[in-house]
Design a protein around this ligand. Structure first.
Ligand code: PMP
Ligand code: GLN
Length: 462
């Protein structure tokens, strides 16, 4: 029985790996490759599993995943994919070369394990880059951990600090993984909403604000942590210093940890990114999380990190060393080289941290104009690489589409009928608030001109 189950698990794992690889290498249209994968999994599991062998309680309510659903659908229908957030253009050449050299050069040791919770060259580079930005000397060995993407750092943060019954404040709409990560750690999510202020003319992510009273009343003696995502996914909001100070004051007053997800930190347009961990009294209670994937347009490398006081980071290290232990050395080396290079030209317009947002700003404006022309009202983001569009005025016959909310049905309809894939915004809301997102869909504008032009063609012929 055990052997049989293990075999099934290995097969499922292999098939899913095949799917992801297939998606990115353009093979997903092939029936032979994919069709048998998804339908067969549950059947074979339910036939072979005994009643004792089942998923843990920890997993309950965490099985749905928006990326799997809509990315697969986009691939199946060969849709222009402006849904999932990854750049479909090349990262800087020198970063790619640094990765190639790390494996092919004379330093064979770069193909082997490195320091478990952070390749020395990378933690040093992270500390040098962020020390001035955080207004303190960051100890590379005790105040930084390198993980498998920002996901790894987030997962370690929740596992390290959230206990059964602890409340975690999540500001919605929210990046979807915060909820399952809270639940898997035994925590209880408490939602505080960002709501749009009434505006005349073009609305922007800055118009979406939380109510101070609502935020304050979410804090109580059971509150262990608050998750702040700045710049924000999906809205593109950059929190103002005043908003962050309000959150910081409440964290200090109630002795609460702040998990600050700043993966889009360099992508700021008409506003300035403020790091909550740099506000007075916050370093000791903030985990600041970053991603090389977003920083260097290499989402597939999966290198991320967390920074914070040694008393915080040491617990993330414990989770990490007892789970994944290590991320891949060549990519860590290449990211270190990337950070070193960008630091050496930090004030130059060529610095990737400046040139990428400069290019994305143009793409943002191009997409906003296009959406306005077809009657989808864009919410202009101040940061990140996503834009929400209000689709309440767009007619579509959604009667044949499955789903609880209009946005989900609309995206499925659009993928099927218009061959254009986006992400429904209700996916970024808690179960009881999904209606708040149903008038919006999320576009990713971090795409090549070719992809954006294909999207423009579809929208113009709508
Ligand atoms: N946080 C946010 C807000 C994200 O959008 C993403 C997706 N890139 C992540 C975390 C995960 O980042 P990574 O790919 O580095 O794991
Ligand atoms: N962060 C990416 C987004 O928001 C998706 C990452 C994923 O596929 N899990 O689109």
């Amino acid at each position: 029985m055990m052997i049989c189950c293990r075999k099934t698990a290995v097969q499922i794992f292999r098939r899913n790996i095949c799917y992801v690889a297939a998606r990115n290498f353009g093979l997903v249209g092939s029936d032979r490759f994919l069709e048998p994968v998804f339908p067969s999994i549950n059947l074979s599991i339910s036939r072979k599993m005994s009643s004792k062998i089942r998923g843990t309680k920890r997993l309950e309510g965490t099985d749905e995943n928006v990326w799997n659903v809509y990315t697969k659908m986009a691939a199946d229908f060969k849709a222009v994919n402006v849904g999932q957030g990854f750049p479909d253009f090349s990262p800087p050449d020198y970063v790619k070369e640094a990765l190639a050299n790390a494996t092919a050069g004379d330093r064979h040791i770069l193909n082997q394990y490195t320091r478990g919770h952070g390749h020395p060259r990378l933690v040093n580079a992270i500390s040098k880059l962020f020390s001035p930005l955080m207004g303190r000397d960051i100890d590379p060995l005790n105040e930084v951990i390198v993980t498998t993407g920002a996901y790894g750092a987030l997962f370690c943060s929740f596992q390290a600090f959230i206990e059964d019954g602890d409340e975690v404040i999540i500001i919605e709409p929210f990046y979807d993984c915060y909820k399952p990560m809270t639940l898997m750690a035994g925590g209880v999510p408490k939602y505080v909403s960002l709501r749009p202020k009434a505006t005349d003319g073009q609305s922007s992510s800055a118009d979406w604000v939380f109510d101070e009273k609502e935020l304050r009343s979410a804090f109580n003696s059971k509150t262990k942590a608050i998750v702040v995502n700045n710049p924000h996914n999906p809205l593109g909001k950059l929190y103002t210093r005043e908003e962050l100070q309000m959150i910081a004051d409440l964290c200090i007053e109630h002795d609460v940890l702040c998990i600050s997800d700043e993966v889009y930190e360099w992508l700021q347009y008409d506003a300035k990114h403020v790091r909550i961990g740099s506000l007075p009294g916050m370093w000791d209670r903030t985990l600041t999380i970053g991603s090389a994937g977003k920083t260097f347009s290499v989402t597939g490398w999966k290198i991320g990190w967390a920074m914070g006081a040694p008393e915080l980071i040491k617990h993330l290290v414990t989770v990490w060393q007892n789970s994944v232990f290590h991320c891949n050395t060549p990519a860590a080396e290449a990211v270190a080289i990337g950070i070193e290079k960008e630091m050496s030209r930090f004030d130059s317009p060529d610095c990737y941290f400046t040139s990428l947002p400069r290019e994305l700003r143009e793409k943002r404006d191009q997409v906003a104009k296009l959406l306005s022309e077809v009657g989808m009202k864009p919410i202009l983001p101040n940061g990140g690489y996503f834009m929400l569009a209000d689709i309440s005025g767009i007619e579509a016959d959604l009667s044949g589409e499955e789903g609880e909310t209009r946005d989900g049905k609309f995206v499925k309809w659009m993928i099927r009928n218009k061959k254009l894939a986006t992400i429904p915004v209700s996916a970024f809301y808690s179960a009881s608030h999904k209606k708040m997102g149903e008038n919006y869909i999320r576009f990713c504008f971090c795409k090549s001109d070719e992809t954006l032009n294909s999207m423009a063609d579809i929208l113009k012929q709508w």
